[in-house]
Design a protein. Structure first.
Length: 288
C-alpha cells in the first residue's frame, strides 16, 4: 500500500507541475499581448527572454554545471526555446491565442504519434489532421486569420518539438540547471534581434513591471516546472499531457483579451485535444 501510494505520488507531482506551467504560460501570453502596441512582438520577446534569463540564472546558478564535451543537445535546446518564443509572439500579433496554441501544439503531438507504429495511433493522427484542416485556410475555419500568422504558429510548433526532444536529452545530462543555460543561449541569440526590431519604448520604466510579470509567468515558472517534469516523465507522456494547452489558451484569450473563436475553430480545438488525450491513453495502456 505504501509502495502504491509512493508510486502514485511520484507520477502526480510532475503532472501537477505541467498543469501549473500551462496555466502560467497562457496567462503570461495574454499579458504579453497587451504590450504589443507599445513595443511589438519582437520587443516583447527580447524583454521576456532577458528578464526571464536573469531570474533563471539566479535560481539555478548554471555556472556550477559541468557541461562536458557533448554540448549539442543543450545548444539546440536553447535555439529551439528562443525560436519557439519568437515565432509564438509573431503569430500572436494577428491570430487569437487559442488558435495559435492549437497550431503550435502540432509539434509535441507529432513527437507523440511518430514514436509509435500501432494502428490505433493513426486514428489520432487523422483526428488531429481534421482539426488542422479546420484551422488552416483550406478548411474554411480560420475566417479572416492572417496566413503569415498561421505559418509562424506552425513554425513555433516545430521549435516546440525540438524543445521537447533536446530538452530531455540536455536535462538528463545537466539537470534542472539546463533551463537556465538554454534560456541564456536563447537570450544571446534572440534578444539583439528583438531589440533591433522594437521601439525605444522597450527601455521605458513603464514597460518594465509588465515585462517582469511576463517573464515570471511565461519563462521562469513554466520552464522550470517543465524541465523538472521532463526529467521525471517519458517524452511521449510529457508531450501528450500538454493536450489541455489549446483549451487553456482559448479560455485565457476570452478572459483577458476578449478573443472569441468561431464554432469551427472550437471544433478544431476539440479534435486536437481529443487526439492528444487518445494518444495519452493509448500510451498508458501500452505501458501497462
Amino acid at each position: 500500500m505504501t509502495l502504491y501510494s509512493s508510486t502514485k505520488t511520484s507520477v502526480l507531482i510532475p503532472v501537477l507541475m505541467i498543469v501549473i506551467a500551462m496555466i502560467s504560460l497562457q496567462v503570461g501570453a495574454a499579458l504579453a499581448k497587451t504590450l504589443f502596441p507599445t513595443i511589438g512582438a519582437s520587443g516583447m520577446t527580447a524583454l521576456r527572454l532577458a528578464i526571464g534569463t536573469l531570474i533563471l540564472l539566479v535560481i539555478f546558478k548554471p555556472w556550477r554545471m559541468h557541461l562536458g564535451s557533448d554540448r549539442w543537445p543543450l545548444l539546440v535546446y536553447g535555439i529551439t526555446l528562443g525560436g519557439m518564443n519568437y515565432l509564438f509572439y509573431l503569430a500572436l500579433r494577428t491570430v487569437p491565442l487559442g488558435v495559435v496554441v492549437a497550431l503550435e501544439f502540432t509539434g509535441p503531438l507529432a513527437v507523440a504519434v511518430l514514436s509509435s507504429r500501432r494502428l490505433l495511433d493513426f486514428l489520432w493522427i487523422a483526428l488531429a489532421a481534421s482539426g488542422l484542416w479546420l484551422l488552416l485556410p483550406l478548411g474554411g475555419g480560420t475566417g479572416d486569420l492572417d496566413p503569415l500568422g498561421i505559418l509562424f504558429a506552425i513554425g513555433a510548433g516545430a521549435c516546440w518539438a525540438g524543445y521537447i526532444l533536446f530538452g530531455k536529452k540536455a536535462g538528463a545530462r545537466h539537470g534542472a540547471g539546463t533551463v537556465a543555460m538554454g534560456s541564456l543561449i536563447a537570450a544571446l541569440i534572440y534578444c539583439p534581434i528583438g531589440a533591433f526590431f522594437s521601439s525605444s519604448a522597450l527601455f521605458s520604466s513603464a514597460v518594465l513591471p509588465v515585462g517582469i510579470g511576463v517573464a515570471l509567468l511565461s519563462t521562469a515558472l513554466p520552464y522550470s516546472l517543465e524541465m523538472l517534469a521532463l526529467t521525471r516523465l517519458p517524452t511521449r507522456t510529457f508531450s501528450t499531457l500538454m493536450s489541455l494547452e489549446p483549451a487553456i489558451a482559448a479560455v485565457s484569450g476570452i478572459l483577458f483579451l476578449n478573443e472569441h473563436l468561431s464554432i469551427a475553430q472550437w471544433l478544431a480545438l476539440v479534435f486536437i485535444i481529443t487526439a492528444s488525450l487518445g494518444t495519452t491513453l493509448s500510451a498508458r495502456k501500452s505501458a501497462a
